[in-house]
Design a protein around this ligand. Sequence first.
Ligand SMILES: [Zn+2]
Length: 102
Amino acid sequence: MELPENYYENEEFRSFIWQLVNDNILSGIALDIANVFVNQGAKAFSPSQMRIFREDIVELYTTKECARCAQPIPWEEMFEALDNGGICGRCWFQYQEYWRNP
Ligand SMILES: [Zn+2]
């Protein structure tokens, strides 16, 4: 996936990582590295920590695009996308509306 440059400085991205930590999604070294990121930011990473951060956290838990409308999923909807089958906030809303008022 193409990440924008300095994506890790994005506030919404940071809160996405914080949610992964807070919801006990991560474990082991991935959790340790996510905690470093939450507390000190990506600038505290060694090159190998940065690689683990990217490969074992960002790429693993990020949904590239909405499974329904194929639009990119914004960081603020990324955590929910882990749980709703990989769809964006707009599609998730429509889906819930459908089941409320079929
Ligand atoms: Zn969508």
